[in-house]
Design a protein around this ligand. Sequence first.
Ligand SMILES: [Fe+2]
Length: 477
Amino acid sequence: MVSEPLPLKTSLKKKFALYLGSGMMIVLAAIFFWVYQQVKKGIYDQLDQQARSLLQQVIITRLWVADHGGLFVRQQPGGRPNPFLEDTEIYDRDGNTYLYQNPAMVTREISEYASRKGLYKFRLTSLKLKNPSNAPLPFEKEALLQFKELGFEQASQGISLVGEENGKPVYRLIIPLRVETSCLKCHADQRYTEGEVRGGLSVTIPMGNTVRIIRQNQLYFILSGVLITFCVLAGLYYLLNILVLSPLGHLYGVGQQLLAGKYTAKSDIHSKDEFEALSCAFNDMTDKLLEGYEGTIRSLMAAVDARDPYTKGHTARVGHYSLQIGKEMGLDDELLAEIRIGAILHDVGKIGIPDEILLKDSALTDEERAEIQSHVSKGVEIVGDVEFLQCIIPAVLYHHERIDGNGYPDGLKKEHLPLISRIIAVADTFDAMTTDRPYSKAVSKAHAIHEIEKNAGTQFDHEVVAAFVKVLRSDTT
Ligand SMILES: [Fe+2]
């Protein structure tokens, strides 16, 4: 028995989507996350470098101011002398006032200018204050304590962090300041000693633009990841479909046709790869199988011919006539193959008829005739259990039926008679009439045709008879 095709619980398409798709998404997500982190780190490094450059610029400015003993600058509206220093005002001949600016004051003024421009802010701060407005912020205080503990060399790289100021993200960097000789002028009373860490210089840079770039990059990375995953998967799926699924589906379809008894089905793959080789092997295997079938058919045909020497060659001739009728009627290859085999084996049941009845050359009794007629059911018993011969059972069982319903074994009329049995009935009768039998002599082909045409519409099918007549006429022309 032919088993039903197994349902595909997990198709290659599902496996592809499940394993390759999820695997690719995980790998690509990991790669993109790593690249994104590197880009983010690069942006922060750049920000850090910017902060350090700014601080170095301020330190250089401070040094320059300190090396020159401070500056006297013309008093601006609202400008006031430093209350923590003495002798901070001078005047010129025109009555203009000049105020003394030490490095700390210059630093603050530059910071205020930059802050007003929305760029960045500097702060000079210390744990020991002279000016209360330089009091360290919490972050700066913690950093100054660490600087003090580590010393200048260990803490020279400073401390940075990403924080918030007025609800907006900022980048902060504070580096230690070493007491220079020039510092002692203002801070001698605080017992400063040269080289020690007494304060720090911090810079605060707005990060709004940086955060926007990072988020933009994050979005680009996610979109790129999704797009690349989709494109790669689509490309791979296309290749999988062309290279694997399509030929596999073709082979599966041919296999199903063969299982359904369509033995003319052939695989037709020309991919010039392993699938073409598999297709050839598949066809070779089918040919071998068909050769085995053909051998079985020929063996049965030989067995039938051997049982009745008078009808030797009858099965082959009926096969030939039936095939020609089928071709004349324009039947497809599959049905023609069934007709050929059915015609060859239509009398296979005669193997089971006793010699004394089968070879009797005198008139048969009713019992003997019934025994002879039983060859159709005996034939079905012989081929009934052979899978590839299931298709010829109608030919074996009904080739003695008549379209008027007066045949045997079931008395079926035309509308219930398969075409294969109607064709074989004509071919079988013609060959029986035109060959010598123990109980009758052969008649001429013309006479046989005449008789068959006369019985068209009662014993035989009109269309089949018409096709057969055409075949015989074309054979003789
Ligand atoms: Fe027969």
